[in-house]
Ligand binder design. Structure first.
Ligand code: FAD
Length: 477
């Protein structure tokens, strides 16, 4: 059913009331928004001040938890703001609307010899989402975060003001909006710098390692010469070695001849149904790890591959979140400083092993020391690990609370873009600038995440996912 809302300019917009509810990638928690308001044009913007409830921009929902959700409030769907606005071939500066996805940018710009300055593990994220979470990629040690490459953007506040923000103009709002979790207003368009490439291929190495110490050795030997590094790890082996895995590193290939070679389109699959809970358990995860670890026969493998499978291996399986079943899953990504990295990692991995919970996909990486520009940016120097856990009720939440405590003691932090459950106390310790940041929040903007981590629980579901003021973890949509 569609209702009508008059905009600031007296134009007509569609307000979809009974639409499919926006959900985040982990499908935990499941929340109900009062409405989803689609925005199509920069000159037909809704009068946000007139909305009865609070609002939050929503793009492609590739955030895992509740930082892109606004239970009981309005989701401002910006995914239709999809226009390219300007590109400077001399400087690589691209200006586009905030709903343009990284996939679209790659499709248009790679054939012209340009690549993203920073890209996450999926290309299906928007420019607005990349800024709001100040995302990082495999090149953090060389390129910092996405926000490091943003020169300016236009931000609309709920009072209708449209502000140009850059490091010179409205600079505090600029720094608050980068990594600002969508709370400072609506980014309408952004300008950022692409980097030149010779062809769409990557020189890739895969190196098997048998312990965390060996990971550190390979990592130290790779940082200076390789732009991209990350590792898949098996954390269930236990003992002094802590983990084993495959270290992946790569550089853009420099061959002029390969620039002419067409990249074959990748086949993609879809997960057609929600898997039953028993499919992913610690035994199946162990079996998968064993197979994957030994699938590569030589210890060191070199290949030239198209950029797509190197950066986005998971994008070829649509809706892979369905493997975790209807209850959804939680991703847990933390960073611990190098000084305490080994000790904290040991405690965390032991705690996970003892819990009997298996992480199907675990990724380990080193963050470098390029400062993140945002007040609430997550990346900081240290060791970062991302793990997936099927949502198994209070047991899973207790495990993650325990991990928070270890991260806290080591002086690290947990990534809000992937979070659905950290306590207010933990968040405020991980992000001590949160109060300073609060001053820049638009009074009409809010999110389920923000209410939780600042102790305002008005619209929050309880921790078992029961329906509380529009927030449910048991409903299907
Ligand atoms: C498979 C996979 C791999 C990933 N790998 C990485 C990784 O390697 N590194 C990493 O950092 N992250 C990673 N992520 C997380 C993802 O990059 C971020 O959550 C990203 O912000 C999602 O963007 P989105 O466009 O889907 O935005 P959404 O998830 O819809 O929203 C994210 C935030 O952006 C805000 N927002 C969106 N548009 C606007 C706008 N126009 N104006 C203001 N605020 C806005 C929203 O309010 C919300 O707070 C991964 C996610 C997946 C699913």
């Amino acid at each position: 059913m569609a209702a009508i809302l008059s905009t600031r300019y007296g134009l007509i917009m569609n307000v979809q009331k009974n639409i499919k509810q926006p959900h985040s990638w982990g499908r935990y928690p499941k929340v109900k928004h009062s409405q989803a308001l689609s925005i199509y044009w920069r000159n037909e913007l809704p009068d946000i001040a007139q909305l009865e409830e609070s609002a939050l921009p929503f793009a492609y929902g590739r955030s895992y938890g509740d930082s892109c959700l606004n239970a009981g409030g309005v989701a401002l769907d910006v995914s239709h703001l999809q226009r390219f606005m300007a590109f400077d071939e001399e400087t690589g500066l691209l200006r586009c609307e905030s709903g343009v996805s990284l996939a679209e940018i790659l499709e248009v710009m790679v054939p012209r010899g340009w690549f993203l300055p920073v890209t996450p593990g999926t290309k299906f994220v928007s420019v607005g989402g990349a800024i709001a979470n100040d995302i990082h990629g495999k090149n953090h040690h060389r390129g910092g975060t996405f926000g490091c490459h943003v020169t300016c953007f236009e931000l609309m506040r709920s009072n209708g003001e449209r502000l140009l923000c850059s490091s010179e103009q409205n600079s505090e709002l600029f720094r608050a909006t980068i990594g600002g979790l969508g709370l400072t207003g609506l980014i309408l368009w952004a300008e950022f710098r692409l980097k030149p490439i010779v062809n769409p291929y990557i020189d890739m190495d895969h190196i098997r390692f048998a312990s965390l110490d060996e990971f550190f050795e390979i990592s130290a030997a790779s940082d200076a010469d390789y732009e991209y590094t990350m590792s898949w790890v098996d954390i269930l082996i236990g003992g002094e070695k802590l983990c084993r895995g495959i270290f992946m590193r790569g550089n853009h290939n420099q061959s002029q001849q390969l620039a002419e070679k067409l990249v074959k389109k990748r086949l993609s699959l879809a997960v057609p149904i929600d898997f039953p809970r028993f499919v992913l358990n610690s035994l199946t995860v162990k079996a998968f790890n064993e197979l994957y670890y030994h699938a590569q026969l030589p210890k060191h493998m070199h290949k030239v591959v198209p950029y797509d499978p190197f950066f986005y291996p998971l994008d070829s399986i649509h809706n892979w979140y369905r493997m975790y079943g209807k209850r959804g899953f939680l991703q847990y990504q933390f960073v611990v400083p190098f000084e305490d990295g080994h000790g904290a990692m040991y405690e965390i991995l032991e705690r996970i092993r003892c819990s009997g919970e298996g992480s199907f996909l675990t990724v380990l990486k080193k963050f470098g020391d390029i400062p993140s520009p945002g007040m609430l940016s997550f990346p900081r120097p240290g060791l970062t690990l991302a793990l997936d856990f099927a949502y198994g009720g209070p047991k899973t939440l207790r495990l993650l609370d325990d991990l928070d405590n270890i991260v806290l003691q080591s002086g690290g932090a947990v990534y809000p873009a992937k979070d659905a459950r950290m306590s207010a106390q933990s968040f405020q310790a991980f992000f001590p600038r949160w109060k300073e940041f609060s001053a820049y929040i638009d009074p009409k903007f809010s999110s389920s995440f923000w209410r939780r981590v600042t102790n305002n629980v008005d619209c929050q579901g309880d921790r078992e996912g029961r329906l509380v003021n529009g927030n449910s973890n048991n409903e299907n949509w």
